[in-house]
Ligand binder design. Sequence first.
Ligand code: C2E
Ligand code: MG
Ligand code: MG
Ligand code: MG
Length: 291
Amino acid sequence: RSKEMGRSGYCFYAGELAQRQQQLLSLNTRLHRALERKEFLVYYQPIIDLRDGSLIGVEALIRWKSPEKGLVSPGVFIPVAEETGLIVPIGDWVIDEVCRQLREWEDKGMSLYSAINLSARQLWRDDTLDKITDAIERHDLSPDLVEFEITESATMMDPSHISQIMEEMRARGLKISIDDFGTGYSSLERLKHMPVRTLKIDRSFVRGVPKNDRDANIVTTVIQLARNFRMHSLAEGIETIEQWKFLKDLGCPYGQGYYFSKPVPAADIEKMMRAEQKWAIDDEDTPKTVL
Ligand code: C2E
Ligand code: MG
Ligand code: MG
Ligand code: MG
């Protein structure tokens, strides 16, 4: 790939490129500082069993509490951290923090699993799996309580190497989801052999259902594909009860999205657990959340 190409494939003019490099550098410096000053935190988004509306797990999503800019979303800084490599220490921190939180929940008698996003950069490192195993052991957790999300496009960067890493993860009892499924052109032949538990249907397809035929077809196909491969399907970005009904009727077992809850601080997940929060499909008037 030529140096002049930006991530999205734009061609930058020399001045623009220099300016962008400058911005990257300064953001990277600030991220470094943020890590030292412990300005990162983890939000959790509920994962729901679409069949009965119960809360079965969460996805851990990082946030940056910047003193200058407030709560910064990962869409802004994760791509930069991936480019500069800072994603590795940041990702290590996330793994440890989520394990710590899961231990706290276990101790409080709330058994929940958490999905954790892994970037390709982390996967490629030889020591990442040891760090994961170490964090799980240090916090005295069962590996069952975590599931690692790898984007479909990350699996495509070096498919045979990634397959090997996935095999090693399986051997260690770690579960794997393919994130943003449907956007990355993965090979079905390869996918069939990957030790993957869950296909997460990308939000961009869920958005169009049930009205948009094309999206409805794609979603139907992915749910069927997961079933054929003995994997679970999980729909991301469910925002309406119509989408929930549609997905449930297609037999998609799991989902998450703003209809149920946005990503929230750990304390809010605790409140939901204590209240035995359930979402009801038949009653449009059901409060979406008790909070
Ligand atoms: P993702 O893993 O695909 O996470 C789902 C994103 O969709 C989250 O955005 C979530 O807040 C958002 N979302 C969930 N439901 C809905 C919905 O109903 N409608 C809409 N419009 N959005 C919804 P968020 O938290 O901003 O994270 C963005 C991305 O940043 C994540 O996408 C993931 O790729 C990355 N990311 C977040 N945390 C981490 C992390 O700890 N490590 C790594 N490597 N990446 C992370
Ligand atoms: Mg994810
Ligand atoms: Mg996703
Ligand atoms: Mg996504």
